[in-house]
Write a protein that binds this ligand. Structure first.
Ligand code: SAM
Length: 461
């Protein structure tokens, strides 16, 4: 019986692959070890952080022999921040791994084969691609810091100087707000004592229109020098179209979903996606990489192949982005979205873009579809869609939701996913329900991270 590695053991490990989620995988004496900070081909010395019956987890202490796919990481915060753990891996290799992880999920979790896999769509640009960033304030030794949580240390914040996933302008705005908070003499909010003021800063930047939203989240209380800060920011950064102050009265360390006041400009910014104008408020869901969201939606349209006369359902429709792209190419589109504000915004977005053939309903997919496929009493079943698009959150669709989707009997389903493993589980259920997976495309929205977006096409047997 091989000896099990123990916590704090230091081992020399050859990494042979990457696991779903991005850690290196080594195998020793029948054990699988998931190694943080290690890439395939590396020989590393790693310290065991956790040991279970059949696997262990470890963190790289030193790279003894570097993999040929290693490149110099660009970010000054690399290795501490934990945000872009794959930036030391050559981009082509990142893409290969993302693609193979999608395929593995579909074949191992979904038990599927015989589908066509397209070459992965690489991101362009590779840096400064995000349109949204959420920073947290922390007070350490009397100094106000503003940055990201250190991995696994929820109370500690890494003070960020330059995040290469965001534009130079939004990095500079963050710096100004930190300077202001430091000079304010007001403390950062402390969850233990329930005292202090500064909590979060969310910045959104519309890639196509250039408009920026600044949302400063604080605890209740007087905002010291709010007018002065507004003047400074609006003067120095003319692209700020919306400067907001949100108040979080709860202890929960979350940055959105609170009542806000407009300090300057409007209550929203406008982004353009596939030529559609979309209003974005602090709590709107918008794909965080605008350029690649366009590629994703184009792929969804290509896979759906609408002829022009279809009724299309867009499930989990958010602010209606996918639905409106389809509305220009189909007879009618109907979206279902759980968040009331997002569903209302989707209706607004339809109106603003002159698309009278798109309607949205606030509700859960499960219950909204029940009313459609199993109407109460003697009601006549509603007209059913020929094409269904679904873009669920990371957890995927529930079994009940998939059952209801099957009852729609659409001839084609296009599944947009940010989590291939949950998509694969749903795909297995769709297969049992009479749908064949025919085409899959991986689209990279998040270079230098293990995340990958997937579009899959299912056709009814
Ligand atoms: C990944 S987003 C997709 C948004 C949209 N398709 C887009 O590309 O912008 C998932 C959306 O599903 C919504 N959602 C989550 N659970 C839901 C449910 N059970 N029923 C309906 N919508 C849900 C979320 O609020 C979110 O807007």
């Amino acid at each position: 019986m091989p000896e099990k590695p123990k916590t704090n053991d230091e081992l020399e490990l050859r990494i042979d692959s990457l696991a779903f989620g991005g850690r290196g995988v080594a195998r020793t004496d029948g054990f699988v070890i998931f190694v943080e900070g290690a890439l395939p081909g590396d020989l590393v010395r790693a310290r065991v952080t956790r040991s279970r019956r059949s696997y262990a987890e470890a963190r790289t202490v030193a790279v003894l022999e570097a993999s040929a796919a290693r490149v110099e990481p660009r970010c000054r915060h690399f290795g501490i921040c934990g945000g872009c753990s794959w930036q030391s891996l050559a981009y082509e290799t990142q893409l290969e791994y993302k693609q193979s992880q999608v395929n593995e999920c579909l074949s191992h979790i979904g038990g599927l084969s015989g589908f066509e896999t397209e070459p992965p769509v690489g991101a362009e640009p590779l840096w400064r691609y995000r349109n949204k960033v959420e920073y947290s304030f922390a007070g350490e030794d009397g100094v106000v810091n503003l940055g990201f949580h250190l991995p696994g240390q929820w109370r500690r914040i890494l003070d960020i100087e330059d995040c290469l996933l965001h534009s130079e302008a939004t990095n500079r705005i963050r710096d100004r707000i930190r300077e202001f908070a430091r000079a304010s003499g007001v403390a950062v909010f402390d969850q233990n004592s329930d005292r202090g003021f500064w909590r979060h800063l969310t910045l959104r930047e519309a890639a196509r229109t250039g408009e920026i939203m600044v949302n400063i989240v604080t605890a209740p209380g007087e905002f010291p020098g709010a007018d002065e800060l507004s003047r400074q920011l609006m003067g120095e950064f003319p692209r700020i179209a919306s400067l907001l102050w949100s108040v979080n009265e709860t202890r929960a360390a979350v940055a959105t979903g609170f009542p806000f006041r407009v300090l300057a400009g409007r209550d929203h910014i406008t982004e353009e996606v596939c030529g559609l104008k979309l209003a974005v408020t602090p709590s709107s869901f918008l794909q965080t990489n605008t350029a690649m969201a366009e590629r994703l939606y184009e792929k969804a349209l290509e896979f759906a192949e609408p002829g022009g006369d279809e009724l299309v359902f867009d499930l989990y429709s958010g602010i209606g982005s996918i639905a409106l792209v389809f509305a220009r190419r189909c007879r009618e589109v109907f979206g279902i979205e759980i968040v009331d504000e997002a569903a209302r915004q989707a209706m607004e977005n339809a109106r603003a873009n002159g698309l009278g053939n798109a309607t949205f309903r606030q509700g859960k997919v499960r219950s909204a579809l029940k009313q459609i496929v199993e109407p109460a009493g003697n009601a006549v079943p509603a007209v059913l869609p020929q094409i269904v698009i679904l873009d669920p959150p990371r957890a995927g669709a529930s079994k009940k939701e998939v059952q209801r989707i099957l009852k729609l009997e659409a001839r084609r389903l296009v599944y947009v996913s940010c989590n291939a493993s949950t998509m694969a589980a749903n795909a297995a259920q769709l297969r049992q329900g009479g749908y064949r997976l025919t085409r899959v495309a991986a689209i990279d929205m998040f270079p230098h991270t293990p995340h990958i977006e997937t579009v899959a096409r299912f056709e009814r047997d």
